[in-house]
Design a protein around this ligand. Structure first.
Ligand code: GLV
Ligand code: MG
Length: 325
């Protein structure tokens, strides 16, 4: 390991994160009853300009009055380039800050954006005498944010997670797509012709680089990488495929923009029984190898060594976290 320690953000379960528009209070109770790990009550892009003020009021009331159980509660504030953002922070943190665990900052572009919100939240928390510190979730969804992702990830002690906002990221990079997440037939490779002249088309994942880049910045700073929205809520298979790709890259959660996506995210982002059993067998085999003075052994015909212990511990720790709720 490097001499530089990577401090880990608080270990919060974040397999699924449900987006609920602040302007739709009739959806709040159902969200509170769901199996989701984190809920963000939205003040930003799911709320029309004329509804921003009422949405803020709805959210304050809901945070104070609804029983959200053990769920982590977040609000997505408006961007720092709008005149809504300061009131989002001041009103909600002042009036409902005790039930607020996280603030989600959209379209974050630089470390200074994080600093600005940190300064505001710190003043309000101190003035109100809150003992708990609110954490930050950042949506990496602009070219600027992706360029500065490492500095953003390191910008505050409040930082807990980075989220890939695929829709705005596509808009910002001027990617030629109008869907939210998912794949695009234009992003494909054509194989060379076989003997009969036939060529196969293989679809690619055009979000691979962006997601992988964000995962590295998150993990290098002890934060959770979370995959963002998948717009087609009538396509559970497409959702799961996207979630598995994200999980394989290191993401530990994915957004749900519809309640039906919560179970899918929880399923994909929880290690399976088979994975946990395998991880435990690796730990046992390595413990035995160590007792015999060996650093590497074979298990099921494959080499395992000390790196395998670290991989297996990640899975076993995640299973423990899920079991603890
Ligand atoms: C989320 O905010 C996105 O733009 O995808
Ligand atoms: Mg967005």
């Amino acid at each position: 390991m490097s001499f530089h320690p990577v401090e880990q953000a608080p270990g919060r379960l974040n397999r699924s994160e449900l987006a609920v528009p602040g302007s739709q209070p009739q959806m709040f109770e159902k969200a509170a009853q769901s199996d989701v790990d984190v809920i963000f009550l939205d003040l930003e892009d799911a709320v029309a300009p004329d509804e921003k003020e009422q949405a803020r009021k709805n959210i304050i009331k809901a945070l104070n009055e609804i029983d959200w159980g053990t769920k982590s509660m977040s609000i997505r504030i408006n961007g720092l380039d709008t005149h809504y953002m300061y009131r989002d922070v001041v009103d909600v943190v002042e009036q409902a800050g005790e039930r607020l665990d996280l603030i989600m900052i959209p379209k974050v572009g630089t470390a200074a954006d994080v600093y600005a919100v940190d300064m505001m939240v710190t003043q309000i928390e101190d003035a109100k005498g809150y003992s708990k510190r609110i954490g930050f979730e950042h949506i990496i969804e602009t070219a600027l944010g992706m360029q500065n992702v490492s500095e953003i990830a390191a910008a505050s002690k409040r930082n807990e997670s980075l989220h890939f906002g695929v829709a705005d990221y596509a808009a910002s990079t001027r990617a030629r797509t109008t869907i939210i997440g998912g794949v695009n037939p234009d992003y494909s490779v054509l194989t060379d012709p076989d003997g009969d002249g036939n060529r196969a088309t293989h679809w690619g994942d055009m979000w691979h680089y962006a997601l992988a880049r964000m995962v590295v910045a998150a993990r290098a700073n002890g934060l959770r990488p979370i995959d963002g929205p998948f717009g087609d809520f009538q396509d559970p298979d497409g959702y799961k495929a996207a979630a598995y790709r994200a999980a394989v890259l290191g993401c530990e959660g994915k957004w749900a923009i519809h309640p039906s996506q919560i179970a899918l995210a929880n399923e994909v982002m929880s290690p399976s029984e088979a994975e946990i059993t395998k991880a435990k067998r690796i730990l046992e085999a390595m413990a035995q190898a160590e007792a015999e003075g060996k650093g590497a052994v074979s298990l099921d015909g494959r080499l395992i060594d000390y790196a395998s212990i670290r991989q297996a511990e990640v899975l076993v720790e995640k299973a423990r976290q899920i079991a603890d709720g």
